[in-house]
Design a protein around this ligand. Structure first.
Ligand SMILES: *Cc1c(COP(=O)(O)O)cnc(C)c1O
Length: 429
């Protein structure tokens, strides 16, 4: 695509956008009476306009049925989650029975590590990316300690080379092979929250398995953002949140993937609860845990129906849009356009005011661009905010901006670029 740095061109891309009508299915925050330029779907996706209705249906079911809503509501709560897992399985590339929704993300990371971090003899170490999301770092450290190891010894972090921001796949794979004799688990994010780098999940999984280790992934920034094939890639487990690219509300319900090859393994540890018990016998309240088939067997507690209703409001939009493929096509074009506009500012200024640390290769990134501001970073971020551009700030000088194909327009991206240009002009950089 030969991009052009004009409003007309942006409007033309919007006109040709097969997903252009989807923006109206979301509620766009307002700034001085206009739609804000919301580029923060990496942190909290926007509210579907239908969310209120989906929630209201469940409130009414509760009002009308009380406890009998579990079986007698139009959409009985007892297996309400199965109305979500088909779409979710498509989004993460899994079989329906490999996916369930439950709890929130960090909790699920813990529960899955209970099952899949199985230190044994010399093989007790976990290999992860340096600079992982803090919650994941804390979860992993505490799991390692729980098993009686010292995190400094038992956690191996793979870092970018000196002077580089991104991890090279070869370095990840070599680190796995080099530590094979001691590795129990390789645990990576799908997309790093800070740099926006999309890791090669298939290659990492293969290397982990060759090293005799499990491979698990935190897909918080990947699910609903980039196409995934967890089953075909043979990942052992994964989890994600629903409130970033899946627009299901702050603190929304999380999802998990467990590869079907583990379903029959009775030796896996689980922190069990009654909701993971096989559904047909759950209410016999018998002693002795008998897990439900599939990923459902990892559920613990009574599911939060209201959160699932909000999740369904958004997943139904993914379904209507035709799944990830059309979203990804627009996303590549739109993030590519944003990258082009930022580079134009640098070219105009004759030096690199803004350095994009996210990979240039579209196969190694999703929606997000992480932009280092070489000068006055915090002032630039504040200027964006004052002018209605909502992104997010990461110390010391990174602004993360994520055009999301369901609700952002090419005009949004163009205008965000204009505001940066204006700042540069006003500050005589
Ligand atoms: C957003 C995010 C989290 C947040 O976890 P919660 O339990 O939902 O608070 C955890 N890990 C990663 C990688 C994230 O991007």
């Amino acid at each position: 695509m030969n991009y052009q740095n004009t409003l007309d061109f942006a409007l033309q891309l919007d006109e040709q956008d097969p997903l252009k009508d989807y923006r109206s299915k979301f509620l766009i925050p307002q700034h001085n009476g206009y739609d804000a330029i919301y580029l923060c779907g990496n942190s909290l996706g926007l509210q579907p306009a239908s969310a209120n209705q989906y929630l209201s249906v469940q409130l009414t079911a509760w009002q009308q049925h009380g406890v009998e809503g579990w079986f007698d509501a139009d959409e009985p709560w007892i297996d309400y989650h199965t109305r979500l897992t088909g779409t979710l399985a498509g989004i993460v590339g899994a079989k329906k029975e490999e996916v369930t929704v439950m709890n929130s993300l960090t909790v699920n990371l813990h529960l899955l590590m209970v099952s899949f971090y199985k230190p044994n003899g010399n093989k007790y170490k976990i290999l992860m990316e340096a600079g992982a999301f803090p919650s994941d770092q804390y979860a992993i450290e505490s799991q390692v300690k729980f098993h009686g190891y010292d995190p400094k010894d038992a956690i191996i972090e793979v870092a970018p080379r000196d002077g580089e921001e991104l991890l090279r796949t070869e370095d990840i794979l070599n680190a796995i092979a080099d530590n094979a004799s001691e590795l129990a688990l390789v645990l990576f994010s799908g997309i790093n929250y800070y740099t926006g780098q999309f890791f090669n999940i298939e290659a990492i999984t293969k290397a982990a398995h060759e090293a005799g280790a499990m491979a698990g992934f935190d897909l918080a920034h990947a699910a609903g953002n980039v196409p995934l094939k967890l089953h075909d890639w043979n990942a052992d487990f994964a989890c994600w949140c629903s409130y970033k690219y899946m627009n299901s509300g702050p603190g929304g319900i999380s999802g998990i993937f467990v590869n079907e090859k583990h379903f029959a393994d009775k030796a896996l540890n689980r922190f069990a609860g009654w909701w993971g018990y096989r559904q047909d016998k759950r209410f016999l309240m018998a002693p002795g845990f008998d897990a439900a088939a599939g990923a459902d067997g990892w559920q613990v507690s009574t599911p939060p129906i209201m959160l699932m209703a909000l999740h369904k409001a958004s997943l139904d939009i993914f379904e209507q849009a035709g799944g990830l493929a059309p979203l990804r096509a627009k996303s590549e074009l739109m993030t590519g356009y944003f990258e082009y506009l930022i580079q134009e500012i640098n070219i105009e200024a004759g030096r690199e005011l803004f350095s994009i640390i996210t990979p240039k290769n579209k196969d190694e990134r999703g929606c997000q661009l992480s932009v280092i501001c070489r000068h006055n970073a915090k002032q630039i971020f504040n200027y964006l905010t004052q002018n209605g551009v909502i992104g997010d700030w990461r110390e010391p000088n990174v602004i993360r901006l994520s055009p999301v194909p369901l609700y952002n327009s090419f005009k949004d991206v163009f205008q965000a670029g204009r505001i940066l240009v204006r700042w540069v002009g006003e500050n005589a950089l």
